[in-house]
Design a protein around this ligand. Structure first.
Ligand SMILES: *Cc1c(COP(=O)(O)O)cnc(C)c1O
Length: 441
């Protein structure tokens, strides 16, 4: 299929694989309340309550969660030194923070918020159905022998470019489930090895992410003992991610940050299929409404959300359909076709999508380590390009003007969401750093 993209100021750059900022023409005031949306914003609060309910169980499964009482949380770091190194030192950039999901416990990436949540919610439902978890009982019975014996007869399957597989595999094995992870060709070998050591059955495909997901889906359809975590459609995943917004809102408050009409919040979220950034963006729009401006970021050759949403088509448009390759070192974002569910939800509330090239990912990875001692994987650094696009680019200025933001930039807050990296082995990280250093000098 070949698709013609409509006339748009960003189109030529996107098609040529050059970094660009696309502004969503369908963004609406109070878009979160759009009656056509298939979900409701009260579900964010429900997800937060579910996380709270699961906390004692998570704490008993993962000793690293003892300090946080079973909550999987990351820090919000004000990037005082890093902002200068990135060129964001002046007052027109307001305050610049990093939401450090690259350090998330349990799975080492933002996928800890989605994959772990869906596996644990599935386990809870199964235990309730079998009478192992009765109303009012202690949730930690799910870590007991009876539950384990039950889970051991069931399998959790997922398709992944790496990190979702890690998160689902780790969560499934922690409860005693069997797990099958269908990996796309982008998956890094160390992620495969780590899962194999945990007893996860890893199927490596010589094809892209969409194909890996398809295989996982088909295998699950044929066998009732297999539960499929559907990254393309799952609302459970989406709302697991959405609870991150509640966490961020509390952290901003602790930092003395006000978010309102005169103090805008800009959020930059690395996007693959769209679930993780979509969930977080949705949660933030539910809390801050139009004062939150959510942008996705994608590699120049894998802008699946950008091309689909720009196309305006009702049928999913992939990056291949417009002549791009889906080739990138950013495995967490190497997705050619976004989630249709996320596309529909984001339509009235996403501010836009920008793209970055791989060399910049490695430059930022290097700077974040040298200046701020952050350990990131390439996908995780993409958001660092955000403030420049919003404050300084032609399209960014158009956005400021359209939303009355031009004289409010000094009062703005930028949150760059870094999404993975804690588990990257030393050897691999050294290679990333060497590539970053070679591009800077
Ligand atoms: C998965 C992932 C993303 C994107 O999340 P999607 O839900 O696929 O959009 C971004 N960064 C990293 C490091 C990831 O693992």
């Amino acid at each position: 299929m070949s698709v013609q993209l409509p006339n748009d100021p960003a189109r030529d750059d996107v098609l040529a694989g050059r970094p660009a900022l696309w502004l969503n023409p369908n963004l609406k005031a109070n878009g979160i309340a759009d009656p056509s949306l298939p979900i409701r914003s009260t579900q964010v609060k429900e997800a937060e309550e579910n996380w709270q309910m699961l906390a004692p169980l998570l704490e008993s499964c993962f000793p690293e969660l003892r300090a946080s009482k079973g909550r999987i949380q990351s820090k919000l770091i004000e990037a005082e030194d890093l902002r200068g190194a990135l060129g964001y030192g002046t007052s027109q950039y307001g305050r610049v923070f990093v939401k450090a999901d690259g350090d998330l416990p349990v799975a080492g990436s933002i996928k800890a918020r989605g994959g772990v949540y869906e596996v644990f919610m599935h386990a809870k439902k199964m235990a309730e159905r079998r009478g192992i978890l009765t109303p009012g009982a202690d949730i930690t019975v799910l870590a007991g022998d009876q539950a384990r014996a039950l889970f051991n007869q069931h399998t959790i399957a997922v398709g992944s470019t790496g990190n979702l597989g890690l998160s689902v595999g780790i969560a499934a094995r922690a409860l005693g489930f069997r797990a099958v992870v269908h990996m796309s060709s982008d998956a890094k070998q160390w992620k495969v090895d780590r899962l194999t050591r945990l007893g996860v059955d890893v199927v490596q495909h010589k094809a892209d992410y969409t194909t890996a997901v398809e295989h996982a889906r088909i295998s699950a359809e044929a066998d009732p003992t297999i539960y499929f975590v559907d990254d393309e459609r799952s609302q459970v995943l989406f709302f697991g991610y959405s609870a991150a917004a509640t966490e961020l809102a509390a952290q901003l408050k602790d930092q003395g940050v006000t978010i309102d009409e005169d103090h805008p919040l800009f959020i930059y979220l690395p996007c693959g299929i769209g679930g993780a950034p979509g969930g977080a963006a949705y949660g933030l729009k539910a809390i801050f409404g139009d004062a939150a401006h959510a942008f996705f970021v994608e590699p120049v050759q894998s802008p699946s959300a950008l091309v689909h949403m720009m196309s305006g088509s009702n049928n999913l448009v992939s990056v291949y359909d417009v002549g791009l390759t889906n080739r990138t070192e950013a495995d967490g974002m190497a997705v050619a076709r976004m989630s249709e569910f996320v596309a529909n939800v984001m339509k009235p509330m996403l501010s836009g999508v920008f793209t970055v090239d791989d060399d910049d990912l490695f430059r930022w990875l290097w700077k974040a380590q040298i200046v701020q001692k952050m350990r990131l994987e390439p996908s995780a650094t993409a958001g660092f390009g955000g403030p420049e696009f919003i404050v300084n680019s032609v399209q960014g200025r158009a956005y400021q003007k359209a939303h009355g933001l031009s004289n409010k930039l000094a009062q703005a807050t930028h949150v760059i969401w870094t999404t993975g990296g804690a588990f990257v082995p030393e050897e691999q990280f050294k290679e990333f750093m060497a590539r970053g250093a070679s591009l800077i000098k």
